[in-house]
Design a protein around this ligand. Sequence first.
Ligand SMILES: O=P(O)(O)OC[C@@H](O)[C@@H](O)c1c[nH]c2ccccc12
Length: 267
Amino acid sequence: MTTALDRIIDYKRGEVADLKQQSSFADMDAKARAAAPARGFAAALSAVADTDQNALICELKRKSPSAGEILPGANPVEIAKEYESGGAACLSVLTDGPSFGGSLEDFEAIRKVVSIPMLRKDFMIDPIQVAEARAWGADCVLVIMASLDDGLAADLTHCAMDYGMDVLVETHNEAELERALRLPSPLIGINNRDLKRMVTDLSTTERLAPLVPGDRHLVAESGISTPDHIARLRKCGARRYLIGESLMKRGALREAAVVELRTTNGN
Ligand SMILES: O=P(O)(O)OC[C@@H](O)[C@@H](O)c1c[nH]c2ccccc12
């Protein structure tokens, strides 16, 4: 069966082929190395998570395959400022166009107005995309175990770490987690959303959290919208959270929602 993730990876191959027509890896690599140094993404998360607060990665997402249109016509720059003033530790910016309505132009515009570290959220299948991310100022990239074999996941991770970037290694089940733990990145994402079936269930984090060793940092991803969700996930040790859709939809209450989720301690 072809899944939504298969379709995305399919057109990503086309995008990467186009990118390689415009630029060699060597050119992109030179731009990546000339960019201002990456800001510590994992370090910014730990600075908050080591207090009794929650480290939030707040996401800019216009639409998605599971939710459809989330906030058509959104002004990502204004929203990013609200996230930062609410105390987000980091930002995640979707740069995939066809499925998520994002772009590197959105990323660049936001980079200019916030000072917290930023994840380029896209489907990485080739080191040239990692170099491109760094060239545009990204501090972290996503490596999705569900769509990569071990060799490619390792190549992408090493490439990013070599540029001084952090890597969020995303998993959704035991097998993916076991593979992810063989990579050198400390940041392990547990996606509550099954990208193949597009079903979201917070119990995914509860089930996998005990399998994450203490020297790795668990990031609970997707489907988080209320203080109750955070209180529930804190019980299994999660202190780092990636939140998109629910915050995008908060309108005028967005900044207050970030404060509330950041300060929920579950007691
Ligand atoms: O909007 P949500 O349910 O809060 O989820 C955010 C984030 O976890 C989700 O956008 C995501 C997680 N992994 C991904 C991989 C690709 C694209 C998107 C994602």
